[in-house]
Unconditional design. Structure first.
Length: 302
């Protein structure tokens, strides 16, 4: 196993970071992520019932895994579930340059319907999952959509990659809560055309022996390993892939990030007419707006 880090560098962090890797001999790449304080900060801002906090935690891990595969730091990846018929009708997460944020919308009267092992059908009813990639540098925007089907969001995202991108993908996610603190971890492994990794292009297919091998090794990861904050991410990769020639990329720190600001909200409010603004003003003359992503409450004078 090789690493791009110099020997003098600090070891890879155990948490709130993401580590990329490739297995060039098998035309595979992947990401491994662990979230701790970042996840705790996002979830505590919303105070969702526990089963829904778990759903959002899983979505945030998926967003970090997929978003960090974007080239460059400027792109944004958005994962959005829209549905009707279940307790949750909207879930949105995005990732940009190591910054994560997310929220969901639910009907409090129906929260009892969501048990610990609730399926996507139970949580969302019928809906779809959209993954949008915005490459800021090139102004390119790409969106792929799959039905919200399967037991978990991770399964829906695996299907997204298979159907929209023809990229065989393995995802494993775990979420834990100890003494009120949230932790989560995830692994993504993908089989890519070799051209993207510097070799001749391969025909990508699910049954390819190289893919079967890296997927079997990746699939051996346990939920306990994914959320063990005493197990650094590079050690976790070593456990999975030490028999392969694996290249590990520099770790990227993950933080809770939101791009809301009073100036931005003021700009949005400026598009409303004076009678509409008069409706929105409260007794003190201010308009109160809260950011859906981070729950920050703004008092705006317009
Ligand atoms: Zn915000």
């Amino acid at each position: 196993m090789q690493t791009d880090r110099q020997p003098a560098d600090a070891p890879a962090p155990a948490t709130d970071s993401i580590l990329g890797f490739t297995v060039p001999g098998r035309s595979a790449r992947g990401r491994v992520v662990r979230l701790d304080a970042t996840l705790d900060a996002i979830l505590h801002a919303h105070a969702y019932p526990e089963p829904l906090a778990r759903v959002l935690a899983e979505a945030l891990v998926l967003t970090a895994l997929v978003g960090s595969t974007l080239r460059g730091d400027e792109g944004q990846m958005t994962l959005q579930a829209q549905a009707k018929g279940g307790p949750v009708d909207l879930l949105v997460c995005d990732y940009r340059g190591g910054e994560l944020r997310g929220y969901l919308r639910f009907d409090p009267a129906r929260i009892d319907e969501v048990g610990p092992q609730a399926s996507l059908q139970t949580i969302f009813g019928d809906g779809y999952l959209a993954i949008t990639l915005d490459q800021t540098a090139s102004d390119e925007r790409y969106q792929g959509i799959v039905p919200l089907e399967g037991d978990t969001l991770a399964q829906a995202v695996e299907r997204y990659f298979e159907s929209s991108e023809q990229i065989p993908t393995l995802l494993r996610i775990a979420v834990a809560r100890d003494a009120g603190r949230w932790r989560a971890g995830g692994l993504l492994v993908q089989h890519l055309p070799a051209s993207e990794l510097g070799g001749p292009r391969l025909h990508v297919e699910r049954g390819h022996p190289d893919w079967e091998h890296v997927a079997a090794l990746g699939g051996s990861i346990s939920a306990a390993e994914l959320v063990d904050d005493g197990l650094p991410l590079d050690m976790l990769l070593w456990r999975l892939y030490h028999e392969e020639e694996t290249r590990v990329l520099p770790a990227v720190a993950l933080t809770r990030g939101c791009r809301c600001s009073a100036a931005y909200i003021k700009g949005v409010l400026a598009r409303f007419s004076e009678p509409e603004l008069a409706e929105m003003r409260e007794a003190d003359g201010m308009v109160k707006v809260d950011c859906a992503f981070c729950a920050t409450l703004f008092h705006i004078e317009v």
